[in-house]
Design a protein around this ligand. Structure first.
Ligand SMILES: [Zn+2]
Length: 268
């Protein structure tokens, strides 16, 4: 297997994050109070929830040389988090900090409990065609933009079948009109962020054709938090699989994502 889990680097990145973020993992009253107090102190700092896809019993896509998506997602997400924290402009939370299984529904709940201003889900795809490569960006829509986006959403959503949960059956019970208005505003902001992501990723790395697409991703369903999902590349392409496992390439991806978040908040 070509991809090696680099625990030393992962620990270093965790250490670089502001000390308290790990406390968020414990859903006790104490940690909720802590999150609230941090919010008061850092009101000017936006809260970003970074969501490394898959984990634990769900490896995600598996590359031609055996690279597992769950590790590429976690390592790149940690690099993104470190980059954002070092700017001093953001408070960063993550849905997972280690190789653990978290349902898609719980990821959305974590973003809502953490009162995130933005949700970024980090993945790496595998395609049936080994020549296809490049990053792509997805936002939520009930009707998929194309067949490939629908198939991708089905693959990504299958994570919750492991726990037998289907979020689509559990829409929040709120005033319908208010819900629609919030949803529409969130969709517009999500689209704006997705455009910023495509622009910044495109400066530095290969993008898939028709790179911004939409489908019914369960993990993007928080009605009040602008959300996008990035597929960093294709593990089914041998060259890209190699790159996705390299720390240098993960840092480049992290720089692009961090720049897009800056652009979204500063110039949006
Ligand atoms: Zn995935």
């Amino acid at each position: 297997m070509r991809f090696r889990v680099d625990n030393g680097r992962r620990q270093l990145l965790i250490g670089l994050l502001s000390g308290g973020v790990v406390g968020f993992l414990f859903s006790t009253e104490t940690s909720r109070a802590w999150v609230r107090s941090r919010r008061r102190v850092n009101r000017h700092r936006r809260i970003i929830m970074i969501d490394p896809g898959h984990g634990g019993q769900d490896p995600g896509a598996i590359g031609v040389a055996g690279t597992r998506e769950k590790f590429v997602a976690l390592d790149t997400a940690l690099a993104i988090a470190a980059q954002l924290e070092s700017s001093g402009r953001y408070r960063v939370l993550m849905t997972r900090y280690s190789d653990e299984y978290i349902t898609l529904k719980d990821r959305v709940v974590l973003a809502q409990t953490g009162r995130a201003d933005l949700f970024v889900s980090v993945h790496a795809d595998a395609n049936h065609d080994p020549h296809i490569h490049g990053a792509s960006v997805y936002t939520l829509s009930e009707r998929a933009s194309d067949k490939e986006a629908a198939a991708l959403a089905a693959r990504e959503n299958s994570s919750d079948r492991i726990a037998g949960i289907d979020l689509s059956e559990h829409e929040p019970i709120v005033n319908e009109i208010l819900y629609d208005l919030t949803r529409r505003e969130t969709n517009n902001l999500s689209l704006r962020f997705a455009q910023a992501l495509v622009a910044e990723l495109g400066r530095d790395i290969a993008l898939m054709d028709n790179t911004h697409r939409s489908a019914g991703f369960v993990v993007l369903k928080a009605p009040d938090i602008p959300s996008a999902l990035v597929e960093l590349g294709c593990l089914s392409n041998a060259r890209e699989e190699r790159k996705l496992g390299q720390a240098g390439y993960q840092m480049r991806l992290a720089d692009s994502v961090a720049r897009s978040i800056d652009n979204y908040f500063l110039y949006g």
